[in-house]
Design a protein around this ligand. Structure first.
Ligand code: UDX
Length: 445
């Protein structure tokens, strides 16, 4: 059985390791975080990702998957080592590469056989060349190939994306390295696209930047819909029927978050700056996204005049449903804005018990009901199915006054209107009519 090693057991490393074990490789996952390795070795999955813990335990029982904090034992006999460590955003927007450099140094100081190193972390263009040069310095007599293999996994559907994604990208500057990497992915029925290393690194950033662009575009159109009285969902539907546009990633809301889009868009702008290229479009995408995060609070302030002392129930903390990840979540920005308005804020999130970071300055309700109890208004920030499936009548039963500001357009407007609920959403008519939003829109002559 071919032995593989993976350095880094975050979302990408752990999902990749479990899935590679599931198709028959012997995979050793390595991490410097002793506590994390201990949890993993006990069959506990440290992240909230549907189906991951079950698949992890299954492959541990089969003997295909193990975890260790010692790199030396972990990488011996490995034919390929995946580097899947974090590349967090630095304050100037560029990618922090110190974890990559440490992994590369540790491999270079430890390895005693020729092998292929596969960089799966999202890294600026040129990083794999730096990795290659490091190995040439540390192990001049060894044949260590370096391959770029960016991931396209979405949190919440990462396993599905691993087995049924649209493509696997392999960037290699030697044919044998490309053949090795392609062979590893042979058991997955996913099209493989091969190119050179730098191009593969850029495909990752370009893909995420384009998806973020689609989101900011539809969010700007939603603002126009608000003013025109048009319906953003129908606009998106009508656009998406054009195969050249595509219907996905045209869902208006309060902006994108997560550990990827915010970081990768900034990093690409940085890369362009270093090339003396001003990436105007992407800078606008980032600005639109920041602005979109404020839309719900602006609507609420416009509606109430002031939110001071108002009890606001924030439903959803993670940046998207089916994940516990709060990184760059719009909820964090919205909570800060509500506190700045001196509102009385409480939050509920179905994955809250997984949340490791507890920097929230507000109480968290154990249930939706306790969050909504006596609330003057509710803000839906993440479209968890627990909210989408909640009958609107419960808002009437639990809240002091059933006023909803929905940042993810979870409910049909007609349902809110029929329930007699005051319902504000994104790019769609409000069920609350005031003289302000009844003004006729006159196209200026
Ligand atoms: C993203 C990319 O999709 C994935 O290919 C890459 O490997 C990692 O980054 P992820 O960040 O996990 O995946 O989630 P995704 O489903 O892409 O959503 C990102 C953000 O965009 C979320 O905050 C989501 O709410 C938002 N979004 C997504 C929208 O606002 N509108 C949409 O139509 C789609």
């Amino acid at each position: 059985m071919k032995k593989l090693a993976i350095i880094g057991t975050g979302y990408v490393g752990l999902v990749t390791g479990v899935c590679l074990a599931h198709v028959g490789y012997h995979v050793t996952c390595i991490d410097i975080d002793l506590g994390r390795i201990k949890k993993l070795s006990n069959g506990q999955c440290p992240i909230y990702e549907p189906e991951l813990e079950k698949l992890m335990k299954l492959n541990m029982e089969k003997g295909n998957l193990e975890f260790t904090s010692t790199l030396t034992s972990g990488i011996q006999e490995a034919e390929a080592i995946f580097i899947a460590v974090g590349t967090p955003q630095r304050t100037d927007g560029s990618a922090e590469l110190k974890f990559i450099q440490k992994a590369v140094f540790d491999i270079g100081m430890t390895i005693r056989h020729d092998l292929t190193v596969i960089v799966k972390s999202t890294v600026p263009v040129g990083t794999c060349d730096m990795v290659k040069r490091t190995f040439e310095t540390l192990q001049p007599s060894r044949q260590i190939h370096v391959v770029s293999n960016p991931e396209f996994l979405r949190e919440g559907s990462a396993i599905n994306d691993m087995f049924y994604g649209d493509r696997i990208v392999i960037g290699a500057d030697h044919r044998e390295a490309s053949i090795m990497a392609e062979a590893i992915y042979a058991p997955f029925s996913v099209p493989i696209f091969c190119t050179d290393v730098r191009t593969a690194e850029l495909i990752k950033y370009s893909s995420n930047a384009f998806l973020a662009t689609k989101i900011s575009f539809i969010n700007e159109i939603s603002t126009i819909c608000d003013k025109l009285g048009a319906n953003i969902e129908d606009v998106a539907m009508g656009m998406g029927m054009d195969k050249r546009i595509g219907e996905q990633f045209l869902k208006a809301g309060i902006g994108y978050g997560g550990s990827c889009f915010p970081k990768d868009t900034q990093a690409l702008v940085q890369m362009a700056d270093q090339l003396n290229e001003d990436f105007h479009l992407l800078k606008s995408v980032i600005q639109v996204n920041q602005k979109q995060r404020g839309v719900l609070v602006e609507k609420a302030v416009e509606r109430f005049g002031s939110l001071k002392g108002k009890r606001v129930a924030v439903l959803g903390l993670s940046f998207k449903p089916d994940t516990d990840d709060l990184r760059e979540s719009p909820a964090l920005t919205i909570i800060d804005k509500l506190l700045a308005e001196e509102a009385d804020v409480v939050a509920f999130d179905p994955a809250a018990q997984y949340h490791t970071i507890n920097t929230l300055k507000i109480p968290r309700a154990e249930t939706i009901e306790t969050a909504l109890k006596e609330a003057d208004l509710a803000m839906i920030v993440t479209e968890w199915k627990e909210f989408v499936n909640l009958p609107l009548s419960t808002f009437k039963r639990w809240m002091k006054s059933p006023v909803i500001f929905d940042g993810r357009n979870c409910y049909p407007i007609t349902n809110a209107r029929n329930e007699g609920i005051e319902y504000h959403s994104i790019g769609r008519a409000s069920t609350f009519s005031t003289p302000m939003n009844n003004k006729d829109f006159a196209i200026k002559e």
